[in-house]
Design a protein around this ligand. Sequence first.
Ligand code: DAH
Length: 327
Amino acid sequence: MMDKLQELKAEIEKIKKQMAELKSLPEGQRQVEGQRLNALKKNAEAELFKFLNKQKQDEINSKLLNDKLIDITIPSYNGKTRVEGGALHPITKMMRRVVQIAVSMGFHVEDGREIVTEYENFDSLNIAKEHPARDIQDTFYLSNGMLLKTQTSALQNIILKKYGDELRKHGIISAVFPGRCYRNEATDASHEFAFFQCEGVMVGENISISNLIYVMEELISGIFETQIKIRLRPGFFPFTEPSFELDMSCPFCGEAGCPSCKHSGWIEFSGCGMIHKNVLAMGGIDGERYSGFAFGFGLTRLAMMKYGIKDVRLLNSGNIEFLRSIR
Ligand code: DAH
C-alpha cells in the first residue's frame, strides 16, 4: 500500500504527465483541459505542502515529549536523594562583587594573564635585580623564561601601556585587574601556592592620595555593605612612593573588638600608594604631567573573611560539601 506521501507525489507526477500530453489536443480543448490540470496541480501541491508541514510539526512535538530536557539550575530528585543545583565558587562570587562595584565607579576591568615576563613581574615595578622581594616572591618559572605571576601588580606595566593613549586623550585611566597569583609557598591553613589578588590603578593629571582614600573607602564599604572607615600607615613597596598599608575598620564589630580583628577594631586590607615615577616612565607615561595611585589586595583572603572560611586549602579542595556550605 502506498503511503500518503508517495500518493501525493504520484498524483502530482500524473498531472504533470497529462500536462505534457496537452500538445496533442486540438486548440480549443487544449486551453480548457490546461486550465483544469493547472488547478488540479495547484491543489495537489498545496496538499503535499500541508502534509509535509504536519509531518515536521509531529516530529518536533514527539522530540519535545520524549527528550529529557536538562536544566542544571533546578534542584532535582534522582529517585532517592535530592540533587543540589550548581553554585559559584566563593572566590568567583567575591571577584564578581568587587568588579561590579569597581565598574559602577567607572573602572575598566582587565583579565589578568597568569603567565608574565620577569620584566613585568619585577623590573617594570622598580624591583632591582638583587632586591629581596624577588626571593620572598619566589615562583614557578617556565622553560621559556616566563613565570607564573606572583602579584597582580605584574599587569601594571601592560595596562599603563595599553591605556596610555586614552590617558593622553581623556585625561584619566582607571582599571582593576583581579587574577590568580602563584608563589613558592609551603601550604598551611593560611598559605596557598595559588591564590587570588585584585589590583587597581588610577592615573590622571591631578590624582592624589585623597582620591585613593575615597576610592578605597567606597570600594570596601560596597564589598561589606556597610560604611567602613580606612586608615593609612606608612609602608614600603618599590613600585609606589609614598607607600602605605591600608587598614579598614572591622565590619564585624564596628571597631568594638572581636576575634575577626584580633580585638583591635582594625583589619589589614591592602598595600597601596602613589605609583612610582619610574613605573610610570616604564609604562610610557610622563610622570611630570601625570600622577596616579595603585592598590593590591588579597581576594582569597577577602573571601575567607567575608564567608568565615578558616582554612585556605578548602578553597582549592573541590570539596562539594564545603562549597555548598558557603551560600
Ligand atoms: N603587589 C603587592 C603584594 O603582592 C601588593 C601591592 C602593594 C599592590 C602596593 C599595589 C601597591 O598596587 O601599590 O604584596
